[in-house]
Design a protein around this ligand. Structure first.
Ligand SMILES: Nc1ncnc2c1ncn2[C@@H]1O[C@H](COP(=O)(O)OP(=O)(O)OP(=O)(O)O)[C@@H](O)[C@H]1O
Length: 249
């Protein structure tokens, strides 16, 4: 579904990535791990169009999307989340999730402006769908609470629920467990398992290796901008180069 071919990124004197290649299959959860500064966020920035690679190509379903602008990549269904929570504090959980539908609602704006009946029907449908997503993800009981009062871990989940509402082809998650307590990380793990069960393809960057081993179908390991191992978690976690990269860091 997603193919990353031979990515190289130079920042002035620094080679942040060298010849990085991997693929993500439909419905797969792929972990991207590595010590600090290994190049993980740079990979996500390039796939999502926030950075241009120095060399290399990205393909989505066989079509090249290298260096497309971020909004075009988002329209094609590759959605990223950031290390810090981006939530609309004054809105309720439900309203935050409703915003996720906007990717599919270009025409609706016009209907809204003219108050056409179709708009109301569509609005009802979308409300219904948003509630279904909240139900599926175990957030239904907080649907009408304002986002600002929620614990940090729940805010993270609301951001992910909004991403689900936009019906992404692929989710790029940059350190979703950063700053969470161990209890919140367990909750996040269950939450991400639900996303996996919904068939969403995920590229997951995180430093919490327990989360990675438990959730990912395959793992790619970067160190100093190069892939040093890739495979199923049971194999990768025993790989001497991986152990050395982590202990060495
Ligand atoms: N815009 C930039 N300009 C210059 N150097 C950069 C830039 N972005 C990243 N780098 C450098 O590229 C290397 C890879 O950074 P990157 O943030 O991708 O690593 P990472 O694996 O995500 O690290 P962390 O786990 O700490 O988030 C680092 O040495 C970093 O300092």
């Amino acid at each position: 579904m997603l193919e990353v071919k031979n990515l190289t990124k130079k920042f002035k004197g620094l080679m942040a990535l060298r010849g990085v290649s991997f693929s993500l299959a439909r419905g797969e959860v792929l972990g991207l791990i590595g010590p600090n500064g290994a190049g993980k966020t740079t990979v996500i920035n390039i796939i999502s169009g926030f950075l241009k690679p120095s060399e290399g190509k990205i393909f989505l379903n066989g079509k090249e999307i290298t260096s497309f602008p971020p909004e075009k990549i988002a329209r094609l269904g590759i959605l990223r989340t950031f290390q810090h929570v981006q939530i609309f504090h004054e809105l309720t959980v439900l309203e935050n999730v409703l915003l996720g539908f906007s990717r599919h609602l270009k025409r609706r704006l016009w209907h809204d402006l003219f108050g056409l009946p179709l708009a109301r029907r569509e609005e009802k449908e979308i409300n219904q769908k948003a509630r279904e997503i909240l139900e599926l993800l175990g957030l239904a009981d907080i649907a009408l609470l304002p986002a600002h009062g929620l614990p940090y871990g729940k805010q993270r989940q609301v951001v992910l629920a909004r991403a689900v509402a936009s019906q992404p082809e692929i989710l790029l998650l940059d350190e979703p467990a950063a700053g969470l307590s161990s209890v919140e990380t367990r909750e996040l793990l269950d939450f991400l398992k639900q996303l996996k069960n919904m068939g969403i393809s995920i590229l997951l960057v995180d430093h919490d290796l327990e989360l990675i081993w438990e959730l990912c179908d395959r793992v790619v390991v970067l160190a100093f901008g190069e892939i040093i191992a890739q495979g199923i978690p049971a194999e990768v976690r025993k790989n001497p180069r991986v152990i050395e990269a982590y202990l060495g860091s």
